[in-house]
Design a protein around this ligand. Structure first.
Ligand code: PMP
Length: 396
């Protein structure tokens, strides 16, 4: 005999979305990409990074498929890649991680952050992060009922206000997220700024999750500093990075986390639960890249993107949209005051209709009410497409 159940206490019916589900909402970035595709425009909205994949990375991934590396790997990745990541952290930052217990290959830095939050945070914890922010950081926290607490960076150069950061700490604060070089601002945190973040973390016994996906995209001699290298920080810093940007393989979904062995087991548990492992053959491609690409590959990468940055910055100036010149990453925030529309979303659509160039509304990176006068442009595009986009912007 079937029993009729009462409606769910929080909704009129049991056939309802979860409390956390955002309804039919779609990210502004994806929305602009769809609209851009529809009109056949040039997409500077999404950080797709369609530059060529380095030879060793591509060749070894293909060879790995043919050699039969097509089955599950260990949940934290193949030994070869874990060793290559540990060697890279030593080479670049002098950091020692045990490839057996302190390196986890993840399905992108995105999955790395998700696993780290699942492993280390509880519902209602608070996590400090800087505004403008990368949307996934905020949404990942919210999806676990963790509260993001935004600390605004000061325009025009997005300087850290140490007093504002300190004032944001409460008894519920458990961690901070630091993204350097940053999306969307292009800010590269200075040593002094990182020292004050580290000091706060030590004082209040906080974790710091660092998203270093743009570690090699630094310009004008700026230097990327890994927070885990600062005094007392290795134990409490969860370092996240990946291959999406460096090897132009955003669709491969391959990144990693390095951190103290104390935390990595639980992280692996949660990563396994959703992904089982990162794509097996592609892990060989990434390992070959780390093993074989010379230092010049990384300096070329930065130099090429610096040249792309110069081109878009100059085109935006000519178009009357004053850019905030990024020191790193591959996005520019530009002033959209001269464009029609009351909101940044409307301004972005106006610009797309006028020029066929898509951008993202600045409001996607700020709390409600902020960022309405900014648009974000991604310049990690093939030279030909970028130059065409620049020419169109100049004709505005
Ligand atoms: N972190 C930041 C700051 C990013 O901008 C992006 C790409 N938009 C990612 C992470 C995504 O990295 P992955 O592809 O490794 O998940």
């Amino acid at each position: 005999m079937s029993k009729t159940l009462a409606p769910h206490p929080h909704t009129a019916s049991r056939l309802a979305l979860s409390e956390l589900a955002p309804g039919a909402m779609q990210s502004e970035i994806r929305a602009m990409t769809t609209e851009c595709d529809r009109i056949g425009g040039i997409n500077l909205a999404q950080g797709v990074c369609d530059t060529p994949v380095p030879g060793p990375v591509e060749n070894e991934a293909i060879a790995a498929i043919r050699a039969g590396h097509n089955i599950y790997t260990r949940l934290d990745g193949i030994e070869r890649l874990r060793k290559a990541i540990a060697a890279k952290q030593r080479r670049d930052y002098g950091l020692e991680y045990d490839p057996e217990t302190e390196v986890m290959v993840a399905c992108g830095a995105t999955a790395g952050l998700h696993a780290a939050c699942m492993a280390l945070l509880n519902p209602h914890d608070e996590v400090l992060m800087f505004e403008p922010f990368y949307g996934y950081h905020v949404s990942t926290l919210k999806s676990m009922r963790v509260k993001p607490v935004l600390v605004p960076l000061a325009e025009p150069d997005w300087a850290l206000d140490v007093d504002a950061m300190r004032a944001a700490v409460t008894p519920k604060t458990r961690a901070m997220i630091v993204n350097t070089p940053a999306n969307p601002s292009g800010k590269v945190f200075s040593r002094a700024e990182l020292e004050s973040i580290a000091e706060l973390a030590r004082e209040h016994d906080l974790f710091v999750f660092t998203d270093e996906i743009y570690e090699y995209f630094v310009y004008d001699g700026a230097k990327h500093i890994c927070l885990a290298t600062l005094e007392g920080m290795r134990e409490r810093t969860i370092v996240m990075s990946g291959f999406s940007k460096t090897f132009s393989v955003t669709g491969w979904r391959l990144g990693y986390v390095t951190g103290d062995a104390k935390w990595m087991g639980a992280m692996g548990y949660f990563h396994d639960l959703t992904y089982v492992c990162a794509p097996s053959a592609l892990q060989h491609g990434a390992a070959a890249g780390l093993e074989q690409l010379p230092a010049e590959f990384y300096t070329r990468l930065a130099a090429d993107h610096q040249s792309k940055r110069e081109r878009i910055v100059s085109a935006l100036r000519d178009a009357g949209m004053e850019p905030s010149v990024p020191a790193g990453a591959y996005y520019v925030l530009a002033k959209a005051t001269r464009l029609q529309g009351e909101t940044a979303a409307k301004k972005a659509r106006y610009l797309l209709a006028q020029t066929g160039v898509s951008s993202v509304a600045g409001s996607a990176f700020f709390r409600p009410g902020r960022g309405e006068d900014l648009l974000r442009f991604c310049f990690a595009k093939k030279d030909h497409d970028l130059d065409e986009a620049c020419a169109r912007l100049r004709r505005l």
